[in-house]
Design a binder for this molecule. Structure first.
Ligand SMILES: Cc1cc2nc3c(=O)[nH]c(=O)nc-3n(C[C@H](O)[C@H](O)[C@H](O)COP(=O)(O)OP(=O)(O)OC[C@H]3O[C@@H](n4cnc5c(N)ncnc54)[C@H](O)[C@@H]3O)c2cc1C
Length: 286
């Protein structure tokens, strides 16, 4: 397997004897690497995927996300309600729990980024405080708009994740919506599945397309399931919200998500492990 260094500009060419990748390092040196297999883990703008002629199918997403952090106090315990967005007047915001901070995502209709930037940081703090009054005491920690990371949200998926000598996994194979915050989980699970399924072939010195197809077969179902749930949520909740047709999701749905014991138990499991959990192969365990 081969990894390309950050900062290089790779292109790849496949043959039945493996893959050649030509790259230019940031200091200008050109070189060619030969490998039995290239695993493209270069994210949602994957240049390896493009170089291999693989084209993802795009699905419409009604919003972009502004990611930022807010401090989290030790006394604040996590609860599943945190993954249910806060809604208000055509706006929505998610708060994902981390050890000592909240990973916040402010969801705004696609195309609104210039307006939000032009309104400035004070207006943004007001929006956050209005959506989450319980976190209003710490919005000053957003010092400037530079503390916000704008994400052009995409949801796409390759029809075929491989060509001879090259396999795409993670965002390179399927960019995820932030709904549920599962992009990292799926990317890691793809990598675990790839390691488990490809190790014997790599050890034997020959990795063929059937081994690459086996990785895709294993990971395609959970990817489709999660992306389908995300697309349903986009249509049922976010499209009407941003069109001003509803103030938020149906109250019954919110009640079930926040209070029903089944949802409190099952939802975190689904988010953490996904529809098809992966386990580290024996050779990778200590
Ligand atoms: C601001 C932001 C917040 C997010 N928050 C969450 C979250 O809370 N929870 C969650 O589950 N998901 C989140 N996501 C999505 C999540 O980050 C991705 O789904 C996940 O990281 C995909 O992993 P990956 O390894 O496939 O790609 P990435 O993590 O994108 O890794 C790709 C790597 O390839 C490198 N690379 C790219 N091009 C080249 C090149 N030409 N040469 C060399 N190296 C290259 C990049 O530098 C990067 O290190 C967030 C995404 C963003 C942008």
């Amino acid at each position: 397997m081969q990894a390309l260094r950050n900062g290089s500009t790779p292109t790849s060419a496949s043959s039945s004897h493996g893959t050649e990748s030509r790259g230019t390092e940031s200091h200008g040196t050109e070189g060619t690497l030969h490998a039995d297999l290239v695993v493209a883990t270069d994210g949602r703008h994957s240049v390896l995927r493009r170089a291999a002629g693989l084209q993802p199918t795009d699905y419409p997403v009604p919003f972009d996300t502004w990611w930022f952090k807010l401090p989290r106090h030790a006394s604040e315990k996590g609860a599943v309600a945190g993954i249910v967005p806060a809604f208000r007047d055509g706006e929505a915001m998610i708060a994902l729990f981390r050890d000592d901070y909240y990973q916040m995502g402010y969801l705004a209709p696609k195309g609104d980024s210039a307006r939000i930037r032009s309104e400035g940081v004070e207006r943004f703090r007001e929006r956050v405080a209005a959506l989450r009054p319980d976190l209003a005491d710490r919005v000053a920690s957003i010092r400037s708009l530079d503390d916000l990371h704008w994400l052009d949200v995409r949801l796409d998926r390759l029809r075929r994740w491989y060509v001879d000598g090259l396999l795409c996994i993670g965002d390179a194979a399927h960019a995820m919506s932030p709904v549920g915050g599962v992009g990292i989980n799926l990317a890691i699970q793809d990598a675990v599945a790839a390691a488990s399924l490809l190790a014997p072939a790599l050890l034997s010195g020959h990795v063929g397309v059937q081994e690459l197809a086996a990785v895709e077969r294993r990971r395609r179902m959970p990817t489709i399931v999660v992306q389908t749930v995300q697309r349903i949520m986009h249509r049922a909740v976010f499209v009407p919200l941003f069109a001003g047709r509803t103030p938020g999701p149906p109250p019954a749905l919110l009640f079930v998500l926040r209070h029903a014991p089944v949802a409190r138990r099952i939802l975190p499991r689904l988010i953490a492990f996904g529809p098809r959990p992966e386990h580290a192969p024996g050779f990778a365990r200590r």
